[in-house]
Design a protein around this ligand. Structure first.
Ligand SMILES: NC(=O)c1ccc[n+]([C@@H]2O[C@H](COP(=O)([O-])OP(=O)(O)OC[C@H]3O[C@@H](n4cnc5c(N)ncnc54)[C@H](O)[C@@H]3O)[C@@H](O)[C@H]2O)c1
Length: 272
């Protein structure tokens, strides 16, 4: 196992991609702390990790709240003694969170712009700010930020989200340079299309503006498989485990000389 004895925190680890990442880390031997705004989600995944024979802890926390983030990190240090791996996974589009009713730019309100930037970008800053001093003190650590294919290719109707995710790429680069002298690797993963609850929600929303009569009453999952996934160059969806395995690589010793990179795991949607 590649990560035996390592302690990892995954923000938003209670569902979807975060759950996949958490389980992949645990399968490689890491103890994994799940920090999630949903207590039930966090506890369910913590139980799955314990069942794999690893230690885990579910912490209910809103990662946009800086005081709460500080408390989370202190709790992890007091219970586990150290942190080796931080995965900044919290994020989503407004429509995925049910915040929006109109996906156009005209319908994008100031409050939603602020909320999207906060959820996708500020969460990563807050977690890094709280965790980095511990990594610097121990002169080792791995940080992986979750961005998106939307950071690298133009997408209509998600301007706030793609702006935040593009900023994540540059935040990753800056932090990688600044923390390199402390033996800390900072990298980024860019998922393609992973059918999580968030993608179910945004697919449902997009179906409302699809005029084709045959999609009326269609299940969002069926719509996604019939009309969306085939347009991915590899013609298949990505899974939470696809993303989790890339994260495992970045935080393993195999990637010890890789920092400041972003890896597309998107079936070829973003070439290069
Ligand atoms: N699903 C995709 O196709 C896709 C594609 C590209 C990038 N991403 C990115 O991957 C990450 C995970 O996406 P997902 O689809 O798994 O999302 P999801 O909505 O399915 O799951 C997100 C998890 O984060 C938790 N969460 C939400 N807000 C939180 C907060 N403020 N504090 C703590 N926890 C919070 C939720 O409770 C949930 O458990 C996001 O950053 C997203 O932007 C997803």
């Amino acid at each position: 196992m590649k990560l035996e004895g390592k302690v990892a925190i995954v923000s938003g680890g209670g569902a979807g991609i975060g759950r996949g990442i958490s389980k992949c880390l645990a399968e490689e031997g890491a103890d994994v702390i799940i920090a999630d705004i949903s207590k039930d989600n966090a506890q369910n995944v913590a139980d799955e990790i314990t069942a794999l024979g690893r230690k885990s802890l579910a912490i209910e926390a809103d990662i946009t709240d800086s005081d709460r983030v500080t408390e989370v990190v202190k709790e992890v240090i007091s219970k586990f003694g150290k942190i080796d791996i931080l995965v900044n996974n919290v994020g989503s589009t407004g429509e995925a969170m049910g915040d929006r009713t109109d996906p156009t730019f005209a319908g994008l309100e100031e409050w939603e712009w602020d909320k999207t930037i906060k959820r996708n970008l500020k969460t990563q800053f807050l977690m890094c700010k709280a965790v980095a001093p511990y990594l610097q003190k121990q002169q080792s650590g791995k940080i992986v930020n979750v961005a998106s294919q939307a950071a690298k290719r133009p997408s209509a109707r998600v301007s706030a989200y793609s702006t935040a995710k593009t900023a994540v790429l540059h935040f990753t680069l800056s932090l990688a340079l600044e923390l390199a002298k402390d033996n800390i690797n900072v990298n980024c993963v860019c998922p393609g299309l992973v059918f999580t609850q968030a993608l179910y929600n945004s697919t449902s929303m997009r179906m409302k503006s699809d005029p084709r009569p045959e999609i009326k009453d269609m299940d969002p999952r069926d719509y996604f498989l019939k009309f969306v996934a085939p347009h991915i160059p590899l013609q298949r969806e990505q899974t939470p485990e696809d993303i989790g395995r890339a994260v495992v690589f970045f935080v393993s010793e195999e990637a010890r000389n890789i920092t400041g990179q972003s890896l597309n795991i998107d079936g070829g949607m973003v070439p290069g």
